[in-house]
Design a protein around this ligand. Sequence first.
Ligand code: SF4
Length: 64
Amino acid sequence: MAKKVRIDPDLCVGDAICTDIAPDVFYMGDDGLAHVKEGMETAGDRADVQEAAEQCPGSAIIIE
Ligand code: SF4
């Protein structure tokens, strides 16, 4: 089963690293925080999503 990806808004610091690494999965919202694009919630298996999770300074990208 595909791994799911989500962002914990309490941990996101809004530096847009994830949107640079995987722009088709993540976007920056008007709230200044990153979000997972609609329909991309099961992209947790992708290498770029996992890379973004590793690079995220807030450990806000949750893959499960
Ligand atoms: S890399 Fe992490 S802290 Fe930075 S915008 Fe993305 S989720 Fe937020």
